[in-house]
Design a protein around this ligand. Structure first.
Ligand code: SAM
Length: 246
């Protein structure tokens, strides 16, 4: 059970594996008013930067879970000596040993086959009255055709919602109040997407004969145009903080 190697190559030395800049991640930590000693669970934690940086800024403790052995190894190295723990495994079946104050899934709602199923997974580790954080894409502009949909790594328009549809979904369909949100910008999304291109090119230069080289060469040939034509214009991304109603 591991993440395919091309993901690890693409992410390179990035620590935040989503369209947030370090400043936006810090803004989110401040916005949700974390307190020293709060317990966090981060499902699909990648390299653990949320837990590491929020421990340093706010004194939280936490557990991160990820399916990538490479990312979990890096997370443990970066957070060595801090009261944050990293577990290798499938987050879909993870339940925290102790209910947490905040449970996050930032950029991986496929673990629950969408937002509703992911909220169910996260809630299993949440204390009553606690907060969920969901990182999710949304349509900035309605995609005019199937080419645009696929250019945003979707199969159908319904794979994502518009921002008003997503916010209404949290409340009206699922019964959670949206209590905070921080959205990526086109610039911060560029930082994530464009960093991949340099990571891939650097890796290709060093590994021309690797079996993954043709695949990654093809990606570098097409991904910059795909990003600026489709993703950058049509897709937004944000992290949404939720508290259960009632
Ligand atoms: C887009 S990255 C986001 C990582 C991290 N949340 C961040 O924002 O930096 C998605 C992450 O989900 C992890 N992942 C994918 N499927 C998973 C699963 N079933 N269980 C645990 N982790 C998973 C990947 O290894 C990757 O680290």
């Amino acid at each position: 059970m591991d993440l395919p190697r091309h993901h690890v190559i693409r992410e390179g030395d990035l620590r935040i594996l989503n369209p947030f800049s370090p400043a936006k991640l810090a803004t989110l930590g401040q916005a949700i008013k974390l307190r020293a000693g709060d317990r966090l669970v981060d499902l699909c934690c990648g390299k653990g930067e949320l837990l590491r940086s929020w421990h340093l800024a706010h004194g939280i403790r936490g557990i991160g879970v990820d399916i990538s052995t490479a990312f979990i190894t890096e997370a443990r190295e970066h957070a060595a000596g801090l009261p944050v723990e990293f577990v290798h495994g499938d987050a879909a079946g993870f339940v925290a040993p102790e209910p947490a104050d905040v449970v996050a899934c930032i950029g991986a709602t496929w673990i629950g086959d969408g937002v509703a199923g992911t909220i169910e997974i996260l809630e299993r580790s949440l204390r009553p009255g606690g907060m969920l954080l969901i990182g999710e894409p949304y349509w900035r502009l309605d995609p005019p055709d199937q080419q645009t949909v696929e250019g945003c790594h979707a199969q159908t328009r319904d794979d994502f919602r518009s921002l008003p549809e997503l916010v209404a979904h949290f409340g009206d369909d699922l019964g959670w109040d949206l209590v905070e949100m921080v959205l990526a910008s086109q610039d911060s999304w560029d930082r994530y997407a464009a960093a991949h291109w340099l990571n891939i090119r650097t890796w290709l230069d060093a590994n021309p004969d690797d079996e993954l080289a043709p695949q990654l060469r093809a990606e570098l040939d097409t991904d910059p145009v795909r990003h600026v034509r489709y993703q950058r214009e049509y897709l937004g991304w944000g992290v949404f903080a939720l508290r259960k109603r009632g």
